[in-house]
Design a protein around this ligand. Structure first.
Ligand SMILES: Cc1cc2nc3c(=O)[nH]c(=O)nc-3n(C[C@H](O)[C@H](O)[C@H](O)COP(=O)(O)OP(=O)(O)OC[C@H]3O[C@@H](n4cnc5c(N)ncnc54)[C@H](O)[C@@H]3O)c2cc1C
Length: 483
């Protein structure tokens, strides 16, 4: 009881700190305007922006202004799209189109794999998040016609017309042309991927009898993760902890083998030294084998072939998980708009797509110049951009000035196995069980809608966040949600 009360106090305190921290960052506007002072709200006057680009003549009085309320269509319901939609409620006729029926809080997909959190915590259905002001269309957008101002969705022959379009379709797994990768590796971006990986881990364990010699057990329970970025290390430590727990419960001999294969020189290249130390320590503690300067060159149903110093080795595997890269969603490939050589949409400081002032793009598909480089391809950037996009869309409709913002990192948090994490907040890194709790508190404050945050926070306080063991199939429906 005492421990629970202490837990509650620590968690509440951390939640308050993070909520305050998040809201203070929210008002931390810093524009590219050299006359602005840091920490003060600051908007760019048109005169300081490139001539001609930012004239807000989309809806000048009596001209293009739609007779009814403006139709705002948002494509993609992830960090960028959902949070823009929530911020825009009531600003016009807002339609959110998503190929899924739920949002996904990806930073906790690892905890979903381990059973520390449940599906409803991190993947709430849009129906629970959107109120009556927002219309949801479930389906994949197949065509975007910028000249006719309409989009087509696979589920219908009827075009969806817009006055203002928000593009937030995110990224897809980039297999980098490695033979067999797309066919045999498991990606790790969705609930279904985590379910598949968990069932492959259980199936592999179920095939190993307790009397199998340790070397055979190790071979049968070898899992490879490609890429030692944040995703690769978070996933591999989680998998290693889960497997080691299963070994004890099933009285298996020897130990499992989890490999991380990284073609670069170091792990988590995007992170600072302070947090990297915690990551390296956790990888060692979880007995994850890290192979740097090693390239995956082929994947089959049950092998991965790697190349190091010109020598190739084929390793038998129970599964290979691909966390080796992301590329922009192919839906935007066909759009005749300015992009970087990596296929990202070049956006103005206001998040408007160049030469299309009624189209906004954000998140993983957009290249936004005025952001800390470390933020590229992160949910925290998409989340911050959503606030700016919504604000600028309202301004565009009202004929007011559009704004810009400089985006900074809001801190880092990595999960490291089922018992610990590492957090970087306010320039200080800390690790262990407290960091794990801080991460839960931090992420509670980042979930969409207050209602959902409170439900999830209460569930984590009172029902706990311990991992769900990899029990043999047949003993218990392993992937079944506890809701
Ligand atoms: C496992 C994992 C862990 C991560 N951890 C972190 C972390 O700890 N911190 C962090 O900052 N970032 C993290 N990220 C990165 C973060 O998830 C992305 O940067 C962020 O989701 C980008 O937001 P977005 O809105 O651009 O795209 P997304 O959030 O990916 O949203 C895109 C949405 O568009 C939908 N969609 C796609 N195509 C179509 C279509 N044709 N029609 C309709 N809808 C479509 C998708 O279903 C999805 O709902 C993680 C990513 C993964 C995969």
């Amino acid at each position: 009881m005492k421990i629970m009360a202490l837990n509650f106090a620590v968690y509440s305190l951390l939640l308050c700190v993070f909520a305050l921290f998040a809201s203070s960052r929210e008002t931390d506007f810093v524009s590219t305007n050299p006359n602005c002072h840091r920490k003060l709200p600051c908007f760019i006057p048109y005169s300081l922006l490139p001539a001609g680009r930012f004239d807000n003549n989309l809806f000048p009085p009596g001209a293009l202004m739609p007779a009814t309320e403006p139709r705002i269509v948002i494509v993609g319901g992830g960090f960028g799209g959902l949070f823009t939609a929530l911020d825009l409620a009531g600003a016009g006729s807002v339609t959110l189109i998503s190929d899924e029926d739920h949002f996904l809080f990806t930073p906790m997909l690892y905890e979903y794999l381990s059973g520390e959190v449940e599906e409803w915590h991190i993947a709430p259905k849009y129906g629970e998040l959107l109120d009556d002001n927002l219309r949801l269309v479930q389906g994949a957008v197949t065509t975007i016609d910028l000249s006719q101002r309409r989009v087509m969705v696979d589920a219908s022959d009827e075009p969806i017309e817009y006055d203002i379009l928000v593009l937030a379709v995110g990224g897809v797994t980039n297999y980098a042309g490695v033979p067999g990768a797309e066919e045999f590796a498991i990606p790790f971006r969705k609930i279904a991927h985590a379910d598949l990986l968990r069932s492959r881990m259980v199936a592999a364990l179920d095939h190993v009898p307790p009397n199998l010699p340790p070397q055979d057990t190790r071979q049968a329970l070898t899992f490879a993760v490609t890429g030692a970025g944040a995703s690769g290390v978070e996933l591999s430590t989680k998998m290693a902890d889960l497997l080691r727990d299963a070994f004890e419960r099933r009285a298996l001999t020897g130990e499992p083998r989890v490999l991380v294969i990284e073609m670069g020189q170091k792990i988590v290249p995007g992170m600072g030294e302070a947090i990297r130390e915690f990551v390296a320590e956790a990888l060692t503690e979880s007995r994850v084998e890290v192979h740097t300067l090693t390239r995956v060159v082929q994947i089959t149903q049950n092998t991965v072939t790697v190349e190091h110093n010109g020598a190739r080795t084929e390793i038998e595997t129970a599964a290979v998980v691909w966390t080796g890269g992301v590329r922009a969603n192919p839906v935007i490939d066909s759009l005749a708009i300015e992009k970087t050589n990596r296929g990202l949409i070049l956006v103005e400081p206001t998040l408007q797509v160049r030469a299309h002032q009624n189209v906004f793009a954000l998140g993983d598909i957009a290249f936004f110049k005025d952001a800390s480089p470390i933020l590229a391809g992160t949910g925290q950037l998409a989340l911050q951009q959503a606030g700016l996009a919504a604000r600028n869309i309202r301004a565009l409709i009202d004929g007011r000035q559009l704004h810009t913002r400089h985006f900074e990192e809001m801190g880092e948090a990595v999960s490291l196995g089922t018992e610990r994490a590492a957090v970087l907040a306010g320039g200080k890194a800390f690790g262990g069980a407290l960091a794990r709790q801080a991460r839960f508190a931090l992420y509670t404050s980042r979930l969409p809608t207050w209602h959902h945050r409170l439900r999830v926070g209460a569930s984590w306080f009172f029902e706990g966040t311990t991992a769900r063991p990899l029990l043999p199939l047949g003993i218990k429906q392993d992937t079944q949600s506890r809701q």
